[in-house]
Each structure stands twice: as C-alpha cells, then as structure tokens.
Design a protein around this ligand. Structure first.
Ligand code: TPP
Ligand code: SF4
Ligand code: MG
Length: 313
C-alpha cells in the first residue's frame, strides 16, 4: 500500500486518489465518527482561514477533537497542534499567542474545545482569558456530552437527555455559556450552526478579522452520543435553530446584539423524536416551548434595544 506523502507545499498532502488542499485543516486519516459535526466545523474553519489568507496554531484540550488527530508522531491536522490538559486550553493558548507576538510571527492561535473543556472543567481558564481579553479565537464544538470518555453528562447536556450518568434523563437545564462569556465584555461572541453555512462562514470571517477574545459556540451533532442517524446530523441542528432550541445570534463587546435567524415555528418535538437519547417521557414539551419562546423574546428585545452598529461584520 502506498502511504500518503507530504508534497513540497506546506499544508498539502497527496496520495493516490486522495488530495487535500492547503485549506484542509482536518485531513484524511482522522478518526471522527461518521456524521460528526466536528468534521464539518473544522472544514469550514479551514476554508475561512484560507479565504482570509491566514494560518493558525490549534490548542486542543482532552476531547474527541484531540483523539481524532491520531497518535504521535502522526496527525491528521494540517497545522501545528498542541494537546493541552483538559482544564487549561485557554491558558496554554495565551502562552502560545504571547510567544507568537513576541517573535512577530504570523498566524492566529485558535482553541478548539469540547463542551466539557469549556462549560465545565475549562471554565476558569476560559473566564480568565476572556477577562484579560487575550487575542484568541475560542471555538467550542458543543456535542452536549463527554463524547470521548463514553458519553457522560456535561453542564451543556440538555434537560431530558439520557447519558451514562443520567440514565433517567438529565434534570438540570443546559448552562447558558454564551451569556457567561459575553458578560466578560469580549469583542465578539456568537453561536454557529453547520445547517447555516453562510452565517457560519460570515461569523468565522468576522472573528478572524477582529483582535481580542472571540468566542464561538457551535452546535455539534454527535450521532454516537445523541443516538441519531449520521445522515441526519445537519437536519437535526437545522431543526434546533428552526424550533428555537439553538438560537443563532451575536453579541459584540458584551453589549450589542444581533439575531441571525428567526425560528419558523417548527415543533421541537421533531428534534427530540429523531434522537434516542431523548425518551418521550423525559422531555417536558410545554416547558421547552415556554423556555424557547421567552429566550427568543429576550434576544429580540436586546437586539432591538442594543443593536449592532452598521460597520460591524
Ligand atoms: C482532569 C481530567 N479529568 C478527566 C479527564 C478525562 N477526560 C478526557 S476528555 C473528557 C471529556 C471531554 O468532553 P468534551 O470536552 O465535551 O469533549 P468530547 O469528548 O465530547 O469531544 C474527560 C472526562 C482528563 N483528561 N483530565
Ligand atoms: S463521539 Fe461524537 S463528537 Fe466524538 S468523534 Fe464521534 S460523533 Fe464526533
Ligand atoms: Mg462534548
């Protein structure tokens, strides 16, 4: 068997019948499950960086995103990548960025982290980096579960979801991490859905062009943890936006708001029905409706009362 070989062009890998261009962040050989949201998110990130003429270094804590790269000394990431401890990706990235700046090197430092490393164990270092307004892009791919350790609940797991540690359905609500980070007054915080690629790309371009702490929260389908069909991943996160379960919006400087997609009245029941992690008995549809409606109303009021300036991306 012929093994893939590096060509003279950095960031390019070629093998018979297999080509991966410069914009390819996540290369063939990664171990992501079929239908994993990360695969799409990383592809879009690679394209956005290429479009902006930028390269990056990735800081990735313990999560599926670092497991997928493969074992040392090979990696399926097309850029320098540091595996950090579970709790400390933003602290590690802070150091990487400081050295980059000191040496006047080009490129961006990007944290790519799961919900466990963001909402839970990494929250202290994330908060500290946000408070210092470090010059980082932080992307949380939120699959709402501790995926690579077998599917335990996180504080991003939605109410009603069955996980290995909530076998009868989680009783607590999903933590509102975007509001928490935005409350630090960071220059940019936004939600992303792979079902809305134009909005996704625009937000990546905006984050790439800005300086300071930029926080992006991507709803990341996980067929393994969500017990869903891999081919339905994009449709599932589309349903989440359409029903108001995962609103698409931006917050600038912790103060100005923009709502990016109006839910179209889709019943969230359809989203729950297609994932075996939700048993009908564990989901309270009436309170889900009420919660989504009041959050949406709050975002509408904020966007009307504190709109994003016209010169914003
Ligand atoms: C201090 C510490 N505690 C626990 C672990 C084990 N561990 C590694 S990854 C992980 C869960 C990661 O979940 P998440 O960040 O959501 O990423 P995902 O696996 O879902 O991609 C856990 C519990 C660890 N590596 N370090
Ligand atoms: S367990 Fe989920 S997040 Fe991890 S690689 Fe598989 S689909 Fe992706
Ligand atoms: Mg996770």
């Amino acid at each position: 068997m012929t093994s893939p070989r590096m060509t003279s062009a950095p960031g390019r890998i070629d093998a018979p019948g297999l080509t991966c261009s410069d914009e390819c962040l996540l290369r063939p050989g990664n171990t992501n499950c079929g239908g994993c949201g990360m695969s799409v998110g990383l592809t879009m990130l690679g394209r956005a960086l290429a479009a902006a003429g930028e390269r990056c270094t990735l800081a990735i804590p313990a999560c599926c995103g670092i497991v997928t790269a493969g074992a040392f000394p090979t990696t399926s990431y097309g850029v320098p990548t540091v595996a950090t401890t579970f709790a400390a990706a933003p602290a590690f990235a802070t150091g990487l960025e400081a050295v980059r700046e000191l040496n006047d090197e080009p490129g961006l430092v990007i944290c790519w982290a799961g919900d466990g490393g963001t909402y839970d164990i990494g929250l202290a270092t994330l908060s500290a980096a946000a408070e210092r307004n470090e010059n980082l892009i932080y992307i949380c791919y939120d699959n709402e579960i501790y995926g690579n350790t077998g599917g335990q609940r996180s504080s991003a797991t939605p109410t009603g979801a069955r996980t290995t540690t909530t076998p009868s359905g989680k009783t607590e609500e999903k933590k509102d991490i975007l509001s928490i980070v935005a409350a630090h007054g960071v220059p940019y915080a936004a939600t992303l859905s792979i079902a809305h690629p134009e909005d996704f790309s625009r937000k990546l371009a905006t984050a790439i062009a800005l300086r300071g702490m930029r926080f992006l929260l991507m709803h990341s389908p996980c067929p393994t943890g969500w017990k869903s069909e891999p081919g339905e991943s994009v449709e599932l996160v589309r349903l989440a936006v359409a029903s108001g379960l995962f609103p698409l919006y931006e917050v600038w400087d912790g103060a100005a708001y923009r709502l990016n997609a109006e839910p179209d009245g889709t019943d969230p029941a359809e989203y729950f029905k297609r994932q075996k992690r939700f048993a009908a008995a564990d989901v309270d549809l009436a309170s889900t409706h009420a919660f989504c409606a009041s959050r949406l109303e709050r975002l509408r009021v904020l966007a009307e009362r504190f709109p994003v300036g016209e010169d914003a991306g």
